[in-house]
Ligand binder design. Sequence first.
Ligand SMILES: Nc1ncnc2c1ncn2[C@@H]1O[C@H](COP(=O)(O)OP(=O)(O)O)[C@@H](O)[C@H]1O
Ligand SMILES: [Mg+2]
Length: 266
Amino acid sequence: MIQFEHLHKSYGEGREAHEVLHDINLDIRKGEVFGILGSSGAGKSTLVRCINLLERPTKGRVVIDGQDVTGASGARLAGLRSSIGMIFQNFSLFQQRTVLRNITFPLELNHVPKKEREARAEQLLDMVGLAGYGDRYPSQLSGGQQQRVAIARALANNPSIMLCDEATSALDSTTTVQILDLLRRINREMDVTMVVITHSLPVARSICDRVAMIDGGRIVEEGETEALFANPQSDILKALIASANAQNTRRADDAVEADTTNSEVK
Ligand SMILES: Nc1ncnc2c1ncn2[C@@H]1O[C@H](COP(=O)(O)OP(=O)(O)O)[C@@H](O)[C@H]1O
Ligand SMILES: [Mg+2]
């Protein structure tokens, strides 16, 4: 349902031009959670921002539900954007607006009547586990709660696609698990196709049906999550898996050490 066809993206013009995405070809299926995994600067955000045209591809096409959207402008662009929700690492909430008015914001843009948009916001707050928080301000909430508000806001217009750009990278591990569970539930219950950008192997592993590994602006491999991680082909993914395994071993060693220390105290 989301297709990239020979997509290139350069920043800058003329002699300053610098290509950051090279010949990207990718099919993201309707209803799946698709991961874009890669290290910092690989081109993940640029790629995903080409879906809602926050960035314009320099060459190639973006096709959504069979429609070439690459050149969309005006009402068509507005329609495209309102059918795609997006959340970010830093939550990007309006600090001067209450939680409720953050969530009603996209509905205001679409001229939904006040009663209706507030009812919708209350319903979304309930869905993300924040019923009763409508009158608070973002600064009065924890990071995990702020991301829940951002998720509710992203869902206000009933999007068919949600883009998550490092959505859990600013959160601790317990909160990360809770937010990933919520995203998974939204994917299943609301039939929202999710594109999840992450630099984290555990995040990709825990939520994605399929994953594409991106390095230096190129897709270096892709596949079903478990199969891909069980049999990585690219050096970069092999290295990422080795480093995650080493971390796990260290954690296990620490746990054993802590255990031994405890028993010595006894
Ligand atoms: N607005 C921009 N102008 C110029 N270069 C940019 C811009 N945004 C990103 N880049 C460059 O494009 C490359 C890919 O960046 P980005 O898509 O943000 O990577 P990632 O999300 O994987 O960290 C980087 O080299 C970055 O410096
Ligand atoms: Mg990024």
